[in-house]
Design a protein around this ligand. Structure first.
Ligand SMILES: [Fe+2]
Ligand SMILES: [Fe+2]
Length: 199
């Protein structure tokens, strides 16, 4: 699927507001890809498709995940806000001709994160939280951080998201908890190495 085709597809599937969000996420994802030497086309495609299943019903999402249990990542058992990313990845793989596993992974985990996130996974996760129209308190701080340190930004981003979910009294996806612990361990190990090397 080309970027042009992806753009046309999501234009037909999304409201004006979510389409704008999608274009802003694409801009931010490409910017981060440039900054961190990731593939800009992969970042653009993942960003364009990330919310492509956000405006279908829960029943439709459930049907998609049931039709492709091998790609559903335990979706039905997981909190419903996570479903649209999993479903977008399934549709991209099975209907829209996206074969790039890196792109499919970034789409699938853009809401919850997961342990062992790739650079592209992190770029999409952060781009979705810091796209131009986002105005949550702390977004500017995260924008500054993500320009300098992808993992430090992920640590802040996952904490922010997980704390928000818990503050709403909603269940936290175990993947989100695992994603946070994984990044935390990596950032701590890096800090330890940095301290060790300065001895
Ligand atoms: Fe999303
Ligand atoms: Fe989004």
């Amino acid at each position: 699927m080309t970027l042009k085709q992806a753009k046309e597809l999501v234009r037909s599937r999304l409201s004006d507001q979510r389409y704008e969000h999608t274009l802003n996420v694409k801009k931010m994802a490409v910017k981060l890809a440039k900054r961190y030497g990731a593939d800009e086309e992969q970042a653009a495609l993942a960003a364009l498709l990330h919310d492509a299943a956000k405006e279908i019903s829960k029943d439709e999402m459930r049907a998609i995940m049931r039709a492709y249990p091998e790609y559903a990542e335990g979706g039905e058992e997981r909190p419903t806000p996570v479903w649209h990313g999993i479903c977008a990845a399934i549709l991209a793989r099975t209907e829209w001709g996206v074969e790039d596993e890196a792109v499919l992974s970034a789409i699938a985990c853009h809401t919850a994160g997961k342990p062992g996130m790739s650079r592209l996974d992190k770029i999409l996760y952060l781009a979705d939280m810091t796209s131009a129209e986002r105005d949550w308190s702390g977004v500017n701080k995260l924008r500054r951080l993500e320009r300098n340190d992808l993992d430090a930004a992920m640590l802040v981003a996952l904490k922010q998201t997980n704390d928000f979910v818990l503050s709403q009294g909603k269940p936290l996806d175990p993947m989100s908890k695992a994603a946070y612990e994984d990044i935390q361990a990596q950032v701590e190990a890096r800090a330890g190495t940095a301290c060790g090397s300065s001895d």
